[in-house]
Ligand binder design. Structure first.
Ligand code: ADP
Length: 188
């Protein structure tokens, strides 16, 4: 049985990777599908996100990375997949995910949504949280797959470092500029 794991993955986190790894043990093939969403301004392009997912899932032989736009069920049918894999963290996820699963069921009877409960250690983790921490200059290595962390640091360092003098006017320290943060419009 083939499963599609659709999402934004902006960027992929250890929570996503955990769902992918567990899904890959349950299904013959897991297709991680990055949604091309014109209504969002992401931090990473679709191509960059696909590359990050590929670099993070190289150890899983039955995982494929793709992108799609339009309806998820249409894409699933096109890929001959009859399962949509989704992760559940908190109660607020449940409401939205259930609504989406029911909606998808009205669109296609054959496609089932399967939820994997988050592992305890990832229950708090989201792409937005990772971006928020990185934006404020914190470390995120323990929250994202190892090949992805440098991309995130690089991305924020690129955003015009500015010089901020310390109060005692001893050496000037460099801080990343934090005004600009695309892709923060939705949790996830
Ligand atoms: P979307 O914009 O579709 O919500 P995301 O990339 O935010 O895309 O999430 C994709 C899927 O992964 C969703 O089902 C989400 O609930 C799940 N997910 C995200 N973070 C975690 C986590 N830490 N643990 C388990 N599932 C997660």
């Amino acid at each position: 049985m083939f499963a599609i794991y659709p999402g934004s993955f902006d960027p992929i986190t250890l929570g996503h990777l955990d769902v992918i790894e567990r899904g890959s043990r349950l299904f013959e093939r897991v297709i991680v599908a990055v949604l091309r969403n014109p209504n969002k301004t992401p931090l990473f392009t679709v191509a960059e996100r696909m590359d990050q997912i590929r670099r993070s899932t190289g150890h899983l032989t039955n995982v494929e990375v793709d992108s799609f736009d339009g309806l998820t069920v249409t894409y699933a049918k096109m890929r001959q997949a009859n399962v949509l894999l989704r992760g559940l963290r908190v109660l607020s996820d449940f409401e939205m995910e259930l609504q989406m699963a029911h909606t998808n069921k009205t669109l296609s009877e054959e496609v089932e949504t399967v939820f994997l409960a988050t592992s305890n250690e990832h229950s708090f983790l989201s792409s937005s949280l990772v971006k928020e921490i990185a934006k404020l200059g914190g470390r995120i290595d323990h929250l994202v797959p190892q090949p992805v962390a440098p991309d995130i640091y690089k991305c924020y360092a690129k955003i015009l470092p500015i010089s901020v003098p310390k109060q005692d006017s001893t050496p000037v320290v460099e801080h990343p500029r934090t005004e600009f943060l695309p892709g923060m419009d939705k949790p996830g």
